[in-house]
Design a protein around this ligand. Structure first.
Ligand SMILES: [Zn+2]
Length: 197
C-alpha cells in the first residue's frame, strides 16, 4: 500500500471522537452510564456502515441462466432500507422496490436485497442510492430494463429542522424498457404500488 493512502482511524480514535461529542453536548463521558457508550456507538456504526466493507456489485455476479422461458418482470417489494443521510449523519428509513425484466439471466432474489443493503449502509443521499442500485443491476445482469423505487422517512427532517413527521421522500430510477416502454413501465409501477402508499 502506498503512503498516500490515508490511514483509517482506529476503533480507539472512533471511541475518542464519541467521547468528544458527549462532552461537547454537555455531558460527562466518565459517568457510569456513559462509560461504555463510545464502544457501543463505534460497534453500532461498524454495523450500520458495513456497506464500505464490500462491493455490492459482487452479489450480482452469480446468476442463473435456466429461467424456463420466464420473460416477465421480476419484482422484489418492500426491502427494508436503513441508511444515513450524508448531510446530517442521521438515519433515513424506508422501503425499496426493485424490479427487472430479465434478458436471459436471473439472480437469486436475496441478492437484490443484499445490493440494496450494501449501497444503503453508507453515508448516502436517497437519490444517489436509488441510482446506484439500478445501475449496478443494469451493468452486471444486463437485463432488458430495471426499476428501483425507494420511499423513506428522513430523520433529519422528521425529528429536527422543519420537523414534519410522516412526510416521506419517493425516488425512482427506471432504465431500459422499464423506462421507455409505456406498458412495462406501467406494469412495474403498478406492481410496486400498494394501497398504503
Ligand atoms: Zn439530512
Amino acid at each position: 500500500m502506498s503512503d498516500d493512502v490515508k490511514k483509517r482511524p482506529t476503533q480507539q480514535d472512533a471511541e475518542q471522537a464519541v467521547r468528544t461529542l458527549i462532552e461537547w453536548a454537555g455531558d460527562d463521558p466518565t459517568r457510569e452510564g456513559l462509560l461504555e457508550t463510545p464502544k457501543r456507538v463505534a460497534k453500532a456504526y461498524r454495523e450500520l456502515f458495513a456497506g464500505y466493507e464490500a462491493d455490492p456489485r459482487e452479489y450480482l455476479q452469480r446468476t442463473f441462466e435456466e429461467v424456463g422461458g420466464y420473460d416477465e418482470l421480476v419484482v422484489l417489494r418492500d426491502i427494508r432500507v436503513v441508511s444515513f443521510c450524508e448531510h446530517h449523519m442521521l438515519p433515513f428509513l424506508g422501503t425499496a422496490h426493485v424490479g427487472y425484466l430479465p434478458s436471459d439471466r436471473v439472480v437469486g432474489i436475496s441478492k437484490l436485497a443484499r445490493v440494496v443493503n450494501g449501497f444503503a449502509r453508507r453515508l448516502q443521499i436517497q437519490e444517489k442510492l436509488t441510482a446506484e442500485i439500478a445501475e449496478a443491476i443494469q451493468d452486471i445482469l444486463q437485463p432488458k430494463g430495471v426499476g428501483v423505487v425507494i420511499v423513506s422517512e428522513h430523520s433529519c427532517m422528521t425529528m429536527r429542522g422543519v420537523n414534519t413527521p410522516g412526510s416521506r421522500l419517493t425516488t425512482s430510477r427506471l432504465l431500459g424498457v422499464v423506462r421507455d416502454d409505456p406498458r412495462t413501465r406501467q406494469e412495474f409501477l403498478e406492481l410496486v404500488r400498494s394501497p398504503d402508499r
